[in-house]
Design a protein around this ligand. Structure first.
Ligand SMILES: [Zn+2]
Length: 321
């Protein structure tokens, strides 16, 4: 009887363990490096793994972007013009986006930002400054070339890909487009986003080293917490076996990274500050390995699930100007 009870308890324990995440130490590509060379080697391996997991087995081939301009307008009183356009991102797939171009943009000398919206947003809303994804317009007003793609679709179009893979690749094609614009200085490109936008910022900055500064807002948490009442579009096979979100952020090091977390974020679920602080400690450890702990910061602000912008905009200006 007693042995039975012990066995049942053990089985129950195993079941609970099986349903929950693997313990952090079990993930295959956990950041453990103690030397910059070792860290760079790990980053190379981890990046290729993310491409493989998210984008059909390997880093995709680029296709000619074939930009198609749909509309051009001059918002009243603005120091930039707006363009609506589409770009070819894969065979049979185009990304719809909006672009803000400063009227006084100098050839080859203008910094640029990729602004990424979250659930319920669009690239247009981000650049018109409507709703919680207002930072696209704010960046345009600060003089950046800003591109804001639509990344909110929940339709998986590419065979053997993941939703996040499609979104991240579309965003990277937008970085390709920025690099191809004569006005943009290729070495001065950053990205910012809230929520799903903050998540996409994490992947784009991790996997695309052209990004020099990243602001990920309303996203820093632990993987198991995302299973509590969230839209499951963040998840894909192989993610939790290999990574924790802090590992993916460690791929941004030693480049500048701002993480924003609101004290009024919902908990459980949401992005509670205690989880953000714990994840931040792991990310900061990676920056310490590179000898640049001051290149990463966690802005814990008084708000909820919002883009704060202080000191994020100052960091962007400092890194790109
Ligand atoms: Zn979703």
């Amino acid at each position: 009887m007693k042995r039975h009870a012990v066995l049942s308890l053990t089985l129950a324990g195993l079941c609970v363990f099986g349903l929950a995440d693997a313990p952090p130490s079990k993930r295959a590509l956990r950041f453990r490096a103690s030397h910059p060379d070792e860290a760079r080697q790990w980053q190379q391996q981890a990046r290729e793994k993310l491409f493989a997991l998210m984008m059909g087995g390997r880093r995709p081939d680029r296709v000619p972007m074939d930009p198609q301009l749909l509309k051009k307008e001059e918002p009243a009183g603005a120091n930039y013009t707006l363009r609506e356009l589409t770009l070819q991102s894969l065979p049979g797939r185009r990304v719809h986006c909006w672009l803000a171009m400063p009227k006084n943009a100098k050839p080859g000398a203008t910094p640029a930002m990729l602004a990424l919206h979250g659930h319920g947003g669009t690239g247009e809303k981000a650049l018109r400054g409507e709703g919680i994804y207002w930072y696209g317009k704010a960046l345009a007003e600060r003089g950046y070339v800003v591109i804001a793609p639509d990344i909110g679709s929940h339709e998986l179009q590419q065979k053997d890909w993941t939703l996040m893979g499609q979104r991240v690749w579309d965003a990277m094609v937008c970085v390709d487009y920025l690099c191809a614009l004569p006005e943009v200085e290729k070495t001065r490109i950053g990205t910012a986003g809230l929520s799903l936008g903050g998540e996409t910022v994490m992947y784009v900055a991790a996997m695309d080293t052209r990004i020099k500064v990243a602001v990920s807002s309303g996203w820093l948490t632990r993987l198991d917490n995302m299973k509590v009442r969230h839209c499951p579009c963040w998840n894909f096979p192989g993610l939790e076996e290999n990574f924790e979100f802090s590992d993916i952020f460690a791929l941004v090091a030693p480049r500048a990274l701002v993480l924003e977390n609101g004290l009024k974020e919902k908990a459980p679920g949401g992005f509670p500050t205690d989880l953000a602080r714990a994840a931040f400690a792991d990310i900061r450890a990676a920056y310490e390995v590179f000898g640049v702990p001051n290149k990463v910061t966690l802005d814990v602000h008084d708000g909820g699930h919002v883009f704060h912008g202080t000191p994020a905009f100052e960091w962007i200006d400092r890194e790109l100007n």
